[in-house]
Design a protein around this ligand. Structure first.
Ligand code: GN1
Ligand code: MG
Length: 355
């Protein structure tokens, strides 16, 4: 039997599935059932304990459903709803050890690869901001750390240096420029983790993967509806979510754009996101968090550059790629943005001080 047919049967579904979306980690399918369903194979070489990932997600979505209902929202549209198998589990493990999960597809929504307008990006900010606000009382000690040291930027630099030293794919000599650029900006890498260690940057329940395409917008009104991709919801810093959103949402180009002239950090989009995010969370923020907002855009974009570059050097073992040098192209867009952001830091600080 086709493995997907067997998996769907476990969730009580008999319908065709087609590949869906642009995720770099899991394998995603849209199932033409009624109602439609998203089926995913969890990447277990990255998420080593998929049952724990699903435990987090079930706890967080149950909590969100209550909060959304309290606010007279529509839980079926505003958070993800996972299906359970005949055994009552939110995942199915095949005999080969693959882990699959299924959730309802939220109809009449879109997700963006590039923000067309500052207004769209502001909606994304409201949606991630509300998400974090609704989870502000969630018992964080109940969450498993699904990937260790996920946004520990200095550790990401250490991993890049390890990759360079090992040079497994023989690519180091061809990426000296990109390596040098990463190292040039390394001085910024520890600002957020230092804040956490000092206690000036509090730990909160954060999403940790706030790229633009992890928010669903209403297809007609472009109002922000639902946060998706909850695999990395864990204790973290608000600055991770702010900074990570910037590298996709405030860029004028796609994450893998080859023509770097098309990739710029856009201040208007930065301002729109900042205004909306602070509207949701500003009251709860510390002075240091506020101060580090512009830096977080640089740090998380830089962190992503080191991750893409390390994966290119390692021979493309982490992110899905769709062409030769795909991870290198991605690293280059991130580095272009980091250069832009460094120059724009004073202007970004001025913008933050307005709100
Ligand atoms: C991955 O799963 P996806 O494509 O939303 C990655 C993020 C990166 C992102 C880069 C678990 O996210 O951390 O920022 O690619 N997720 C994981 O586009 O590593
Ligand atoms: Mg993800």
């Amino acid at each position: 039997m086709n493995p997907i047919v067997n998996v769907l049967e476990q969730f009580g579904i008999d319908a065709a599935a087609v590949p869906h979306g642009n995720g770099h980690i899991n394998n995603t399918f849209l199932v033409e059932s009624n109602p439609r369903v998203i089926l995913q194979r969890i990447n277990t070489s990255i998420f080593k304990k998929p049952a724990e990932v699903m435990e987090n997600i079930m706890a967080v979505t149950a909590y969100l459903r209550e909060k959304i209902a309290e606010n007279s929202g529509d839980p079926a549209r505003e958070t993800m709803t996972f299906l359970t198998t005949k055994e009552g589990l939110p995942y199915y493990q095949t005999v080969d050890g693959d882990f699959w999960r299924a959730c309802y597809f939220v109809e009449d929504t879109v997700c963006l690869e590039v923000a067309k307008s500052p207004a769209d990006f502001a909606e994304v900010a409201h949606t991630f901001g509300r998400f974090q606000r609704m989870l502000s009382d969630f018992p964080a000690d109940q969450l498993h750390e699904t990937i260790e040291r996920f946004h520990d930027t200095p550790n990401r630099f250490a991993q890049l240096e390890e990759a360079i030293a090992a040079d497994r794919a023989g690519r180091v000599a061809s990426v000296e420029t990109e390596i040098a650029l990463c190292r040039k900006f390394q001085k910024y890498a520890s600002l957020i983790v230092d804040g956490i260690a000092e206690g000036t940057v509090p730990l909160r329940v954060t999403h940790n993967d706030t790229k633009l395409n992890n928010v669903l917008l209403d297809a007609k009104t472009h109002k922000g509806i639902c946060v998706i991709d909850l695999d990395t919801v864990m204790p973290g810093s608000l600055l991770y979510d702010f900074g990570d959103a910037m590298r996709t949402g405030a860029s004028t180009g796609a994450e893998d754009e080859i023509d770097l002239d098309k990739v710029q950090f856009n201040l208007e989009k930065f301002e729109a996101f900042t205004a909306a995010f602070l509207e949701e969370l500003g009251d709860s923020m510390t002075d240091r968090e506020r101060e580090l907002l512009p830096y977080s855009a640089l740090i998380i974009t830089l962190e992503q550059a080191t991750r893409f570059l390390a994966d290119h050097i390692n021979g493309d073992v982490y992110y899905h790629i769709h062409r030769e040098n795909h991870n290198l192209d991605r690293a280059r867009t991130q580095l272009k943005l980091v250069c832009d952001i460094e120059n724009l830091l004073p202007k970004m600080q001025e913008i933050v001080s307005k709100f």
